[in-house]
Design a protein around this ligand. Structure first.
Ligand SMILES: NC(=O)c1ccc[n+]([C@@H]2O[C@H](COP(=O)([O-])OP(=O)(O)OC[C@H]3O[C@@H](n4cnc5c(N)ncnc54)[C@H](OP(=O)(O)O)[C@@H]3O)[C@@H](O)[C@H]2O)c1
Length: 322
């Protein structure tokens, strides 16, 4: 574990977020901001975390990443608190239900956390609350590799070429909104949201000062969370419990500690490791983290198109000018 001591973990009311906050406190962090969508959920998480770790280091913060006004308000709150952050874990995310749901800004709900995470990160930088050697980790997923069955990822240049005369930004905007010609399928939306998260990390890495890093890191197959809450009966009541119980024996799942441990592992990556996408080895869902930044994800034109679309959807909030 590094010498870092302050962290902010989003989605820290459930699953991997709570576990990550606990691991950081147990490793000696003395200030861990935990975010929840409601004050009640965040306060409840604080209580559970204090009981587990025996440490009074958790500071609740409330926002919904899909409602940008709440992210702005929380950013102001952080500024008021003067919370300097060494480690930013952008963990919150979801697999949606079968219905297509967009927020007030027209962004499909699986993509909405990425826009909120962007806004939060830009405001932290603007308010000089991120340490010079900050580590930013955004939740990735094996789904973004494009080799997980029933989870297809879009090849942005190919899609743009076919549907938007090669206009990468128009194509990325259609993906984030899940509007035609994109045909909404929740698993594909999830895979593309994670692909866009990895591309955002690539674009942000080019803007961050030397010494700070950002990487997309998949926690790997971790069925012991609430991520299946919008899925069907078979997945929630049969598949996920079976995977929780037996998945470790056949290498298709690991426990919460291991999943969250991957975010924590990424905090110790060297300064040179930035803008990368880490996940389990190709075709695997567990095991050691590997750098899987393939050309589809590292294509600079695609990364910049995704960045520009995210900036637009975040109300024009770009990387702060110095
Ligand atoms: N579990 C896995 O196998 C797995 C594998 C790869 C990647 N991941 C990624 O890991 C991350 C954590 O997932 P998990 O498995 O721990 O699921 P989880 O138990 O459902 O936790 C998700 C957390 O994100 C929060 N969240 C969702 N949408 C939000 C929004 N719009 N604004 C603010 N907070 C929001 C949730 O808050 P509420 O409780 O209020 O909804 C919850 O705290 C996600 O990004 C997920 O995609 C998980």
């Amino acid at each position: 574990m590094s010498s870092k001591s302050t962290a902010l973990v989003t989605g820290a009311t459930s699953g991997l977020g709570v576990e990550t906050a606990a691991q950081l406190a147990e490793a000696g962090y003395d200030r861990v901001t935990i975010t929840g969508r409601t004050e009640e959920k965040a306060a409840d998480a604080k209580q559970r975390l204090e009981a587990r770790t025996g440490r009074a280091v958790f500071e609740p913060l409330t926002f919904d990443l899909g409602e940008l006004a709440t992210v702005e308000a929380a950013s102001d709150e952080l500024k008021g608190r003067g919370t300097s952050i060494d480690v930013l874990i952008l963990n919150a995310g979801l697999v949606s239900g079968k219905e297509l749901v967009r927020n007030e800004d027209g962004v499909e709900q699986t993509f909405a956390p990425l826009i909120g995470h962007h806004l939060l990160t830009m405001r932290l930088i603007e308010n000089q609350l991120l340490a010079d050697d900050a580590r930013i980790v955004i939740a990735g997923s094996e789904a973004a590799r494009g080799d997980v069955p029933f989870m297809e990822v879009i090849d942005l240049p190919e899609f743009a070429g076919g549907a938007f005369d090669g206009d990468l930004e128009a194509a990325a905007d259609a993906v984030a909104r899940q509007r035609p010609p994109v045909e909404f399928k929740r698993n594909n939306a999830y895979a593309d949201a994670k692909q866009f998260g990895a591309m955002w990390a690539g674009a942000l890495a080019r803007r961050l000062p030397d010494g700070s890093t950002v990487n997309a890191v998949s926690p790997g197959s971790t069925p012991e969370t609430d991520a299946g809450r919008h899925q069907g009966f078979m997945m929630q009541r049969v598949m996920l419990p079976l995977m929780t119980r037996f998945g470790g024996r056949v290498g298709v799942a690991h426990d919460l500690e291991t999943g969250a441990g991957r975010y924590v592992e990424a905090i110790d990556f060297d300064d040179e490791v930035s803008g990368r996408f880490f996940a389990s080895a190709p075709k695997k869902m567990t095991g050691p983290l590997q750098d899987l930044t393939e050309p589809r994800i590292s294509d600079q034109a695609s990364q910049e198109a995704v960045w520009n679309v995210i900036v637009g959807l975040a109300g024009g909030v770009d990387y702060p000018k110095t």
